[in-house]
Design a protein around this ligand. Structure first.
Ligand code: ATP
Length: 440
């Protein structure tokens, strides 16, 4: 992890928020490469959900919602973690994660071992509270949403009717969520401000388990198609003790990080809990009339929920490698799937003379209409390759003396380091094909 965090900073992927002021704990800023990676992940997820199927619609709901939403959802009462305080060092820890926590006193030790006893656990609500309008009284309280899902539930009929969708169908949303986590950490794995990509699939009661299994399988296949190693992925089904108050069935997709197996996505059968609670709290009917069967029911919901930041970290961890190319020659490489790689290709003139820079610049300008391209003419070509390996760039295009004769260029592939000749005229199509995502 240390090597990855340092590469992320050095290459402009991710750095701490407000760094010049000492940093803002558990908040992160994405630099030029990081924002491209995260945008590519979001674009791919959005296409998977809303473009490549005709039964899912998109939505972008507001972050600030009516405070009653969070009473109905159960967040005001239940969105808590058990918090324990240390009487001596005043450290605060999650009672259910004490084995992973470290006391802030140095040298590092387990919570409570600094001499102080731990107090009894108490409930700590993770929602960020604020006030809407200029008066800070109880009536003006509102929350930063801790998940995007509720924006989908309250808009269920607003989306269904104009989109003329029939059940089963889904609503997808990408957006920021905020949680005042007690023990954030592991870089961007657990932060206080993060982005979620959530899809809620509305189904007829009785068909929910079938859809739950379908979505569980579809989602793990998607992660594999993205290049996440199959042997670092597994399902973690929730036992009765772990199930959230709203869920009938739940499974986490877990990835093996350097700090252990951890959830990257959750798939939940939320039953009709959410819609029924919003019906009760709002007094509005959110039931659905099935024209064909002439029956009215409150749909069950299957949810798929994955964090964009956590997925970015997963992709980085999965792709990071240090290898010896030949004795004494080491390289660091990010083997990102080309479809999410921040820069798709770098273009180099072999030398800065004989018209090569002009040709290379023209090629780069043409490719830029379709891809994110980086032009580099400084240093030896080997050094330029290494810089691109570290940035995760899948292809390097070099203009050399043969280009002047036959209008072809060298295309060097990042992982195999194989080089082939490609005609300039076919270069964009070649890259398009090589960067394609094979939908599962
Ligand atoms: P945990 O038990 O780890 O706190 P959770 O079960 O509360 O997580 P969900 O509410 O199911 O998580 O959230 C769905 C997804 O949102 C998670 O799988 C994860 O990818 C992402 N996510 C949740 N909390 C955070 C966070 N604090 N930072 C980054 N991503 C998060």
């Amino acid at each position: 992890m240390d090597a990855l965090v340092s590469l992320a900073k050095r290459r402009g992927y991710i750095f701490q928020s407000s760094e010049i002021y000492g940093g803002m704990n558990a908040c992160w800023d994405y630099g030029p490469l990081g924002v491209e990676l995260k945008n590519n992940l979001k674009r791919l997820w959005w296409q998977t959900m809303t473009q490549w199927r005709d039964d899912i619609e998109g939505l972008d709901a507001a972050i600030l919602m009516h405070p009653k939403v969070w009473e109905a959802s159960g967040h005001v009462e239940n969105f808590t973690d058990p918090l324990v305080d240390c009487k001596t060092c005043k450290g605060r820890f999650r009672a259910d994660q004490l084995d992973q926590a470290r006391c802030p006193q140095k040298p590092s030790k387990s919570p409570g071992q600094c001499g102080g006893g731990l107090m009894e656990p108490r409930k700590f609500n993770l929602m960020f509270k604020t006030h809407i309008g200029p008066v800070e009284d109880a009536g003006a309280v509102c929350y930063l949403r801790p998940e995007t899902a509720q924006g989908i539930y309250v808009n269920f009929l607003n989306v269904q009717a104009p989109a003329r969708q029939k059940i089963p169908f889904g609503i997808a949303q990408i957006g920021k969520a905020f949680r005042n986590e007690i023990s954030p950490g592991n870089f961007i794995f657990r932060s206080r401000e993060f982005e979620q990509m959530e899809m809620q699939f509305f189904v007829k009661p009785g068909t929910d388990m079938e859809w739950f299994e379908r979505w569980r399988d579809a989602r793990i296949d998607w992660h594999k198609a993205l290049g996440l190693s199959a042997d670092r992925l597994r399902f973690h089904p929730h036992g009765p003790q772990e199930l959230a108050h709203y869920a009938k069935a739940a499974v986490d997709i877990e990835f093996k990080f350097p700090f252990g197996w951890q959830e990257i996505e959750g798939i939940h059968d939320r039953t009709d809990f959410d819609l029924k609670r919003h019906m009760e709290y709002s007094g509005k009917d959110l039931s659905y009339f099935d024209d064909a069967a002439k029956e009215r029911f409150v749909p069950y919901i299957i949810e798929t929920s994955v964090g964009a930041d956590r997925l970015a970290l997963t992709a980085l961890v999965n792709s990071y490698a240090e290898e010896e190319v030949k004795p004494g020659d080491k390289r660091t490489v990010l083997r990102l799937h080309p479809t999410i790689a921040p820069i798709k290709a770098a273009v180099f003139p072999l030398v800065n003379r004989d018209g090569m820079p002009e040709i290379a610049q023209k090629i780069a300008a043409d490719l830029r209409k379709r891809f994110k391209i980086f032009y580099d003419d400084t240093g030896a070509v080997g050094r330029r390759y290494r810089r691109m390996d570290e940035a995760g760039t899948p292809f390097c295009v070099t203009v050399d003396s043969d280009t002047l004769k036959d209008q072809t260029v060298t295309v060097r592939e990042r992982d195999s380091m194989q080089q082939i000749r490609v005609p300039i005229a076919g270069l964009a199509d070649h890259l398009e094909k090589a960067c394609a995502f094979e939908a599962p």
